[in-house]
Design a binder for this molecule. Structure first.
Ligand SMILES: Nc1ncnc2c1ncn2[C@@H]1O[C@H](COP(=O)(O)OP(=O)(O)OP(=O)(O)O)[C@@H](O)[C@H]1O
Length: 358
């Protein structure tokens, strides 16, 4: 009999990283799956330098896991996001991160027809990647699209959409968003010094979010996509209290553990009275770029089954493909291209347009 996922995780939990933390403490193992005699997982390093220092960790994990009974093969992929481009240009005089001002319930954003939050239960499932590609696919389908990066703990849209200028605020009151690939963009990451927001607590987060929703000149939009931080915290709560959210989309990978967290996120949106518009499965299958063989590294179909169980729409699936990550790291989302993956994002966009939310 093959070992369980938990046993595999426990076996590598105490391997030390160069910075002295253990793998478990650093929480950088993603999507570990045991498939017969094969264990596969991703180590997500903070940046390229950290990734290149992990070869001994990788070798040790490989050695330990291969020694487990019944395990014949261990496949480890180390990934790292590219460095975020440095912000340039004149800083707006606007002070971001003040306390929230009084507001009577969730408000619409003038000119914005629909507000769609993109959430996930767990970090690292590809929510930001999905959001940038969906935004591009919707823009290609002729929609007027805005993208608000509210992932306060790891704003990645500037990198993924290839923007780095600091947004201007000529009058010190309104913020001018940026534009890339046909999408109007604003990210909390463009307004802050690196690392600044992570110390914020509820009221500051609420104030910053309120500013991004209400003080940015979004213009006329068919849909504003909001890239949320993972989990069920203050930002999600503030968003649903401050903005008239049309609905939420939940992104998950197919494994049970991600799905469990996704269920919590769905629960939260239900409690906050933001209708869940549907579920998307990311990293659904792996198509070998050389031979075209399709493999299901993290399982397949778990999210569709979960959607069925919960009576929610299943909106579609995006395969695990190196080009998705490379395109995201280069600031040109893969949905700009013509291949199969771009078509998968185009189908998702079409679904949302069909549902009348984009
Ligand atoms: N379909 C995919 N194929 C290949 N790589 C992917 C895919 N989706 C996401 N990735 C990669 O996985 C990593 C995590 O993705 P991303 O940052 O979008 O996740 P997230 O859920 O937004 O994470 P966070 O918890 O930091 O908000 C990135 O390196 C991204 O390029």
């Amino acid at each position: 009999m093959s070992v369980s996922r938990e046993v595999a995780l426990a076996e590598i939990a105490d391997i030390r990283l160069p910075d002295g933390r253990t793998l478990a403490e650093a929480d950088i193992v993603r999507a570990l799956s045991v498939d017969g005699g094969t264990i596969r997982f991703v180590i997500e390093a903070a940046d390229a330098a950290a990734a290149s220092s992990l070869s001994q960790v990788e070798a040790e994990a490989q050695r330990r896991l291969e020694a487990l009974p019944g395990i014949e093969r261990v496949q480890i992929v180390v990934t790292a996001p590219a460095a975020r481009p440095a912000a340039a240009g004149a800083a707006p005089s606007l002070k971001i991160g003040r306390h929230a001002t009084g507001q009577a319930g969730p408000q619409p954003i003038p000119g914005v027809r629909s507000i769609v939050a993109i959430g996930s239960g767990k970090g690292g499932v590809g929510k930001s990647t999905l959001t940038s590609n969906l935004a591009v696919a919707l823009a290609r389908a002729g929609r007027r699209v805005g993208l608000l990066d509210a992932d306060i703990y790891g704003p990645s849209q500037p990198r993924m959409m290839g923007v780095s200028d600091r947004p201007a605020s000529p009058d010190g009151k309104r913020i001018e968003p940026l534009h890339a690939h046909g999408v109007t963009i604003m990210s909390i990451g463009l307004m802050l010094k690196e690392g600044e927001a992570v110390v914020w607590r509820g009221p500051m987060l609420m104030g910053a979010l309120q500013q991004l929703l209400q003080q940015v000149n979004w213009g006329e939009l068919d849909v504003l996509l909001i890239d949320l931080p993972p989990g069920t915290g203050d930002v999600q709560l503030s968003l649903c209290q401050k903005a008239a959210v049309t609905g939420a989309i939940i992104v998950s990978t197919p494994q049970d553990v991600a799905l469990l967290d996704a269920r919590r996120a769905i629960d939260m949106f239900n409690k906050l009275k933001a209708p869940v518009l549907g579920l998307i499965e990311n990293m659904s299958s792996y198509i070998c770029p050389n031979c075209g063989h399709e493999a299901h590294l993290f399982g397949h179909g778990g999210v569709a089954a979960e959607a069925m169980d919960l009576g929610l729409p299943f909106l579609g699936e995006i395969p695990l493909q190196l080009e998705v990550r490379l395109a995201g790291d280069s600031g040109r989302p893969v949905a700009l291209g013509e291949g199969e993956i771009a078509q998968a994002y185009a189908r998702l966009a079409a679904r949302l347009i069909e549902q009348g939310v984009a």
